[in-house]
Design a protein around this ligand. Structure first.
Ligand SMILES: Cc1cc2nc3c(=O)[nH]c(=O)nc-3n(C[C@H](O)[C@H](O)[C@H](O)COP(=O)(O)OP(=O)(O)OC[C@H]3O[C@@H](n4cnc5c(N)ncnc54)[C@H](O)[C@@H]3O)c2cc1C
Length: 404
């Protein structure tokens, strides 16, 4: 046996991954960081910068190259999310909604015709996409969804209902909708009373589809747009149904694994930035004639944050390594890594504010924004309680997972 495996950096396992990280880091320094404070303050989505991610080859990173994507894997997704969130988690949330919630989903589950027609547009940035699952009255309880679709005699589907909290649902403040929505709707009820769910591709301009409202005044993630979407007798042609009617639970659950990894990778970026800021500040700031890093209580903030950051980095990239985008089967770890990582990122951001004192409390010093953004990660893509519930259920049916 050789010692080569010791050289493996799990966060950059191949040269391609290292080059991707380096490229995104450069893009973040030059393009993302200079606009982050302003767009957060103004609650604006930077759609021009977003579209330029297409030129950089980052939209559709997991899509096969024949459709204009990057042809990469879940580790690449984690790298991009980590690096974008080091600077601007809200901008990254818009990226996640497009790249992971819609584009990857289409690449994995769409028909050849749907992929050829839509993927080149969403990979280039010509189209901005979103995924609509949550509703005003149904979030965690997703199978209770009320948005319904009924097929007409001519084969078209008529959709009625409302979707809530949809990232990229509106791309501006004037109610311009996303160019394409990956929409989950109820098309039947099984014998246990649960929704049979079908996926529809609803394109902007479809009659009966509109933005209800852009949601303002969010605690964090303010530079990503969140909207309510309305479907009122919205007619969608049969060629815009993804897969077979009633069978979308399978791809919904599979894609949630990537979403949860993606959100955990965002938490990792937030954690690294907060640790970096508090570490530097602790050397620069003096109190009582000494550097504040000489104080034991400050050492506790830095020491614990370092240990948690390192554990989280290993868990994020170990989970990414195991995810095969074409299969489900990593629910325990995708729930686990999000449960673990998101609360750490909030706690490390909190410590960073504490180490910076009053300066930590104002926008210019970044950490207060990251603290606000981190909180969303405990809610979106599954709440902490949802992850606890899933993990406990999965360990009941597969107790051997603990011993493997
Ligand atoms: C900024 C933002 C962006 C979002 N983007 C999107 C998006 O792009 N697409 C999309 O579809 N959705 C999106 N969401 C919605 C998000 O996924 C939901 O908010 C989330 O799933 C929780 O649903 P809820 O808000 O309805 O809360 P609820 O499900 O009503 O939960 C309320 C509380 O009850 C708890 N709870 C519920 N059920 C249980 C249970 N069985 N056991 C224990 N506790 C339980 C929850 O954990 C929570 O603490 C976004 C939300 C936000 C805030």
């Amino acid at each position: 046996m050789t010692d080569d495996w010791r050289a493996l950096d799990i966060a950059n396992p191949t040269d391609e991954h290292s080059m991707l990280r380096e490229m995104v880091r450069g893009f973040v320094t030059d393009e993302v960081e200079p606009q982050a404070l302003e767009y957060n303050r103004d609650e604006k989505f930077n759609s021009d910068l977003f579209r330029s991610l297409g030129n950089a080859g980052l939209l559709g990173i997991s899509v096969p190259t024949e459709f204009g994507g990057g042809g990469m894997d879940a580790t690449a997704v984690a790298i991009i999310n980590e690096e974008l969130s080091y600077s601007d988690p809200a901008f990254c949330l818009a990226y996640l909604a497009h790249d992971q919630l819609m584009v990857n989903n289409l690449a994995q589950n769409g028909s050849q015709e749907q992929k050829s027609r839509i993927l080149p547009k969403v990979c280039s940035g010509e189209w901005i996409a979103c995924m609509a699952m949550s509703e005003p009255d149904h979030g965690t309880d997703v199978l209770g969804m009320e948005t319904s679709a009924v097929q007409r005699d001519d084969g078209c589907w008529v959709i009625n209902g409302r979707k809530m909290w949809i990232t990229n649902g509106s791309i501006d403040d004037e109610g311009t909708p996303a160019d394409v929505v990956w929409l989950y709707a109820r098309t039947g009820t099984d014998e246990k009373g649960r929704a049979e769910i079908t996926t529809f591709l609803v394109e902007s301009g479809t009659e009966g589809f509109s933005v209800g409202q852009k949601i303002f005044d969010k605690l964090g993630m303010r530079a990503s747009n969140t909207a309510e979407l309305v479907f009122q007798d919205c007619v969608v042609p049969p060629e815009n149904v993804v897969g077979s009617p009633g069978e979308s639970m399978i791809h919904m659950m599979r894609n949630l694994e990537l979403e949860r990894l993606g959100l955990a990778a965002m938490a990792l970026g937030i954690t690294r930035r907060c640790l970096s800021i508090m570490n530097r500040y602790a050397s620069e700031r003096e109190a009582f004639g000494r550097s504040i890093r000489d104080f034991g209580q400050i050492q506790r903030h830095i020491g614990e944050s370092w240990a948690e950051y390192r554990a989280m980095r290993a868990y994020v990239y170990d989970t990414a390594r195991q995810i095969d985008l074409s299969k489900s089967g990593n629910r325990l770890d995708s729930d686990g890594v999000k449960l673990f990582g998101t609360t750490i990122s909030k706690n490390v951001a909190d410590r960073a504010i504490q180490v910076l004192g009053g300066y930590g409390y104002v926008g210019e010093y970044v950490v207060e924004r990251l603290w606000r953004d981190a909180k969303l990660l405990e809610i979106g893509g599954g709440t902490l309680e949802g992850h606890q519930k899933n993990i406990t259920r999965d360990l009941s049916s597969d107790a051997d997972a603990i011993e493997r």
